[in-house]
Design a protein around this ligand. Structure first.
Ligand code: APR
Length: 233
């Protein structure tokens, strides 16, 4: 690990599974009970705002019943102790990375605890239910929506992510199926720029072949093990 300085970590729903938050795909996944196009597209927000807002209200409320697990804690430790550059890019909209104490992180698919004004793009921290037609404190328009990147919308902070990946010596993907782009393509970008790539997942992801090393198992076990390894203790 002596030659590793800059690290980018991508996390997905699998890292929060052991905290009790449902993943999206597979048995019992969130998309088993809902059609993506009904709750997670700009069209759905127009056609049935009540349904879309309720879907995210329920998921926001569920955050009160969960806590970070050993994998979130381990990444927060890495964030505190890693002397080089580090960026944790999460596709998750829960707040478990930051509750564990991670700071060098960003949410590329938005956050449940945030509301976005469709009129002026202002954001507001949001912990309660968000009924359709809620007013934006910045511009006064009744246009607040969940601050979630819907299918067909551009993920957040892509330039920052691409820059970090292009500088990375090591790219690590944790608990993501590799089904959704652009995140699914980060491993190839990292490899293109010469980084090593490590996958930690319960099962091989769609892009497993692109990783230089793949470890299969639960994030709550694999991530603390890997963090101890890179920190040397
Ligand atoms: N430890 C490690 N990996 C796990 C665990 C666990 N305890 N439990 C499940 N996994 C793995 C699954 O094997 C699967 O590969 O986590 C992955 C979860 O995949 P998805 O449900 O597809 O979630 P994710 O990859 O985060 O989805 C990406 O899709 O619907 C959109 O915007 C949504 O951000 C989400 C994106």
């Amino acid at each position: 690990m002596h030659d590793i300085q800059n690290v980018v970590i991508l996390t997905g729903a699998g890292i929060s599974a052991e905290s009790g938050i449902a993943t999206f795909r597979g048995p019992g996944g969130l998309w088993e009970g809902h059609r993506v196009e009904d709750v997670c597209t700009p069209q759905a927000l127009i056609h049935d705002p009540e349904l879309v807002h309720r879907f995210y209200d329920l998921r926001r409320a569920a955050l009160a019943d969960v806590v970070p697990n050993a994998a979130h804690e381990a990444l927060a430790r890495l964030d505190r102790e890693w002397p080089g550059e580090l960026l944790i890019v999460t596709q998750n909209v829960d707040d478990l990375h930051e509750r564990a104490g991670a700071t060098r992180m960003l949410h590329m698919h938005g956050e449940l605890n945030s509301a976005l004004c469709a009129a002026c793009d202002a954001r507001a921290e949001w912990r309660e239910c968000l009924p359709p037609g809620s007013a934006c404190a910045a511009c006064g328009v009744d246009a607040l929506r969940p601050d979630i990147v819907f299918f067909g919308e551009m993920p957040y902070r892509m330039e920052e992510i691409e820059r970090a990946i292009s500088r990375a010596d090591l790219f690590v993907s944790i608990g993501t199926s590799g089904a959704v782009y652009p995140a699914a393509g980060f491993v190839q970008t990292a490899r293109y720029h010469g980084a090593q790539a490590l996958e930690l997942n319960l099962e091989p992801s769609a892009g497993s072949v692109y990783f230089s090393e793949v470890r299969m198992g639960a994030a709550g076990v694999l991530v603390p093990e890997w963090v101890s390894e890179v920190l040397g203790s």
